[in-house]
Write a protein that binds this ligand. Structure first.
Ligand SMILES: [Zn+2]
Length: 261
């Protein structure tokens, strides 16, 4: 296997896959020498056992289908990168939720999985002009058979509108990770904990949700004088995590940064 075949897009092209419904992760793994099997696992979501150029990927049969697909693709990412050197690997559900921010083997495997299951050209086409809200994420996740988290990150990165996704955890002192879309300047950083005016604050603190959709930028972003700008917030509870999609629907905050205001 050549180095280039580690690229998910080349892999999909080599198999003639052009539509989301054709992304059969077991068949793709098999074409790379890896057999995917399902059984109940304890303490991890997936693992890989490799020997020379063959591998067995075991995926927890108790997970949802979207999770299973992502786990299989994630393990395949490890396999294509490390085949020959790695003999065994196991990955926890936590790796999938938390390893989006830092550069490490788990992040690389997550990125591989996202690129394989949510390929950029297809996803860009399907995400075009979709609002940056979880309703859009759900529709796309249904089509691609992917988790809400991985689909939401893809929508932030490849969708049409400026936005960011921030993951907070109950009881934690600071956000766990965040991903900016390409239209959001690098100078924008989420505050450690979402402010009182945010929907996430309500959900993290068991306050009765007030049904807000638009909140002051200052509830989410570090910096002075940001209460005069607004951002659209859609927040979802995923287990102990709270995922917030922030959409600069009104772009005046971003324009003020570009203009050096
Ligand atoms: Zn892993």
């Amino acid at each position: 296997m050549t180095r280039s075949s580690r690229s998910p897009l080349r892999l999909l092209a080599s198999l003639g896959i052009e539509h989301p419904g054709e992304i059969d992760v077991e068949a793709i793994a098999f074409s790379c020498g890896a057999t995917v099997v399902y059984e109940p696992l304890q303490g991890c979501a997936g693992r890989i056992l490799g020997y020379e150029d063959r591998a067995i990927i075991t995926v927890d049969s108790d997970c949802s289908r979207a999770r299973q697909r992502f786990t299989a693709a994630h393990e395949l990412g490890h396999w294509l990168r490390d085949r020959g050197s790695v003999s065994q690997f196991s990955c926890s559900q936590q790796d999938f939720v938390l390893s989006w921010g830092k550069e490490d083997p788990e992040r690389r495997a997550n990125r591989f999985a996202a690129e394989l299951l949510l390929p950029e050209p297809m996803f860009r086409r399907d995400a075009k002009d979709r609002e940056l809200v979880f309703d859009s994420v759900r529709e796309l996740a249904d089509v691609y058979e992917t988790s809400l988290t991985s689909t939401a990150i893809r929508l932030v990165k490849l969708g049409s509108f400026p936005g960011m996704i921030v993951c907070n955890e109950r009881g934690a002192g600071r956000w766990r990770w965040f991903v900016r879309g390409p239209l959001v300047p690098d100078s924008i950083w989420p505050v450690d904990r979402p402010g009182r005016e945010s929907v996430a604050f309500e959900l993290l603190n068991d306050v009765e949700p007030g049904g807000k959709e638009v909140v002051p930028v200052s509830a989410w972003v570090e910096g002075d004088g940001l209460d005069r700008f607004a951002v659209h917030e859609d927040t979802l509870v995923v287990g102990r995590y709270v995922l917030s999609l922030l959409w600069w629907r009104d772009e005046s905050h971003l324009l003020s940064i570009l203009e050096g205001d």
